[in-house]
Design a protein around this ligand. Structure first.
Ligand SMILES: [Zn+2]
Length: 240
């Protein structure tokens, strides 16, 4: 059978259609997964992503997941397994991938900066659980975020909620970093934001090269954080 795939990688937005043999296609699929190459800063979503209700999605995923388990030879009549397709479907939509739905985006209210606190505010060590979009296994990490007030301040728990919202999507770490930074800039009405993420990818530790000691660090520095002195101050606080 002839297989055509649409190749669109990196920042190059042009795409090409060309003939690729099944074995070559498999090689490309593995390579994208192993290198954890993301294709854009926005989560790739279909235009009809939110046409179905959450209940409809749960019911469909339940059916598909049951099929996957059956193909693997599992006996769904077993009491321990019979509820798994429904549990997985509910967990996908309501918990670990709930950040795909704009309806779950945290509603942020800003307050006036009454104390005239114009220094850096750092919220560090925000633990998050995400999932690698190439293998659908966990990414576990810590996010450290900072901003310098432009006259408005945000409730501290909201910084945490913004991190959790974008983490609860199929992700690549670079995109997660940029999405958090862009949202902080938007809600805080300033470019002066920083995001530093240190995370372990279970697709690297539990499978593939099985390296249990490595972690991946990504960062975003906007506005005043591009200044070396400001950036060092932020890193110093994170290391405290
Ligand atoms: Zn992966």
């Amino acid at each position: 059978m002839d297989i055509f795939i649409e190749a669109s990688l990196g920042n190059n937005s042009c795409s090409t259609n060309s003939y690729i043999s099944p074995s070559k296609k498999n090689e490309i699929v593995e390579e994208i997964g192993d290198m954890h190459i993301g294709t854009s800063a926005d989560t790739p979503l279909r235009p009809d992503a939110f046409d179905k209700s959450d209940d409809q999605k749960i019911s469909e995923i339940e059916g598909h997941f049951r099929k996957i388990m059956e193909v693997m030879g599992l006996d769904l009549n077993d009491d321990s397994l019979s509820g798994t397709p429904h549990r997985v479907a509910k967990m996908y939509i309501q918990e670990i991938f709930s950040g795909l739905s704009p309806a779950n985006k945290p509603d942020i209210k800003l307050f006036d900066n009454k104390y005239k606190y114009n220094e850096m505010l750092v919220e560090k060590g925000i633990t998050f659980y995400s999932n690698c979009e190439h293998h659908f296994v966990p990414i576990i990490g810590k996010a450290h975020v900072a901003y310098i007030s432009s006259g408005k301040v945000i409730g501290l728990s909201k910084l945490n909620r913004i991190v959790q919202y974008y983490a609860k999507r199929p992700q690549v770490q670079e995109r997660l970093t940029v999405q958090i930074a862009e949202e902080l800039k938007r809600v805080l009405q300033t470019d002066d934001v920083a995001v530093l993420i240190d995370a372990q990818h279970l697709c690297v530790s539990s499978r593939g090269v099985q390296d249990i000691n490595s972690s991946t660090v990504t960062s975003y520095y906007g506005g005043k954080f591009k200044n070396e002195f400001t950036r060092q101050e932020f890193i110093k606080y994170v290391e405290l």
